[in-house]
Design a protein around this ligand. Sequence first.
Ligand SMILES: [Zn+2]
Length: 447
Amino acid sequence: MGKPLSFNLLPLFFHCLLLLVSASPIQDEQSNIISRFQLYLQINTSQPSPDYHKSTQFLLSQSLSLSLESQVLEFVHRKPIVLLKWPGSDPSLPSILLNSHTDVVPSEHSKWLHPPFGSHIDEQGNIFARGSQDMKCVGMQYLEAVRKLKSSGFHPKRTLYISFVPDEEIGGFAGAQKLASSDVFKDMNVGIVLDEGLASPNENYRLFYGERAAWMLVIKSSGAPGHGAKLYDNSAMENLFMSIESIRRFRASQFDLVKAGVKAEGEVISFNMAFLKSGTPSPTGFVMNLQPSEAEAGFDIRIPPMANLESLEKRIAEEWAPASRNMTFEFRGKGILHDDLGRPLVTATDSSNPWWTLLEEAIKQANGKIGKPEIFPASTDARSFRLLGLPAIGFSPMANTPILLHDHNEFLNQAEYLKGIDVYESIIRAYTSYTSPGRHGDSRDEL
Ligand SMILES: [Zn+2]
């Protein structure tokens, strides 16, 4: 006979008790972190009428709990920018700016499994909310990383700024653009900006060193009107369709490069038709036996910074809207792709940029994996800072996560969210401890 069972289990019982006692403070802290994220997600900052009052109050209360310096800037009435500061011990060094936007895009509530401002957590730990990926996660991760660093006794050498800007989802004109062109920003002496990226369905984080610019093109054609039965050249419709066919071939050739894996989405020129307008209205719709004298089409074009703009503009003028076919064109918005010296608006991703090297190392140190650096396919606030000649990198630490920004049922898994905080902790530690080179006023020379 062996020893009594209860005797054998005694050490196991104590071991379990010890585990329970030692694990609970960590679990408590993790649930506090998630609760704070949920609170931010529950504030309805959805365009077109975001509750910036509530988000500002919330962020200021977070700042207070972290003993950060804070100010609310209102360059545009009722469009508050919350700017937080953790002063470094050497204010002569260029500072670090972590940017995020507070607004989110609208949601079709009826198409969501859980309400978009409920921040419901399902059995898998997925947190459902509009803004869980884009980009309230990042804003809160910055703050949680600061909380961890502060409680570990860390003191930054460089000053750290954290900005929460409004209206990114409607162009950022009242937010990041105003901040970047302000005297406040000049006084901040920023050396590097981090802003949003995208989720990654695989294990590699995605880093963005530039972004495509949006050109909104409208082409118009005119021609003699005619009977609906007549075949003749140079009608407005025929001329417009010749252009549309040619643009579609170009679109397909660019898309083929992406499909074949030769280029990433951000590296090709995308053309998508936004509207097509023509016809002679009648009380029941359109006159059917008349070929109209005018027709127009609008296109959303996205262009990577390294594209040959001269050849694209030449093509628009000579092939897609040629005066020889009675066509004209205009741009209703033309995003900037180059700086004043004609250089593409991109941030270096090699050893010439110490911020890049530091970022790569810091992410790896926090056990994060990194994919090939990319061009962001759409627009972000980062362009406002790149336009100033500053390095800016887009990064949202979401690996193994489906890309759901602006989609129904946007969610982020809580484990992934917590991992992201560790990554920012590592980045902030590395960035704010970096002392050489760079003194006051030469933040650009060090790049
Ligand atoms: Zn965003």
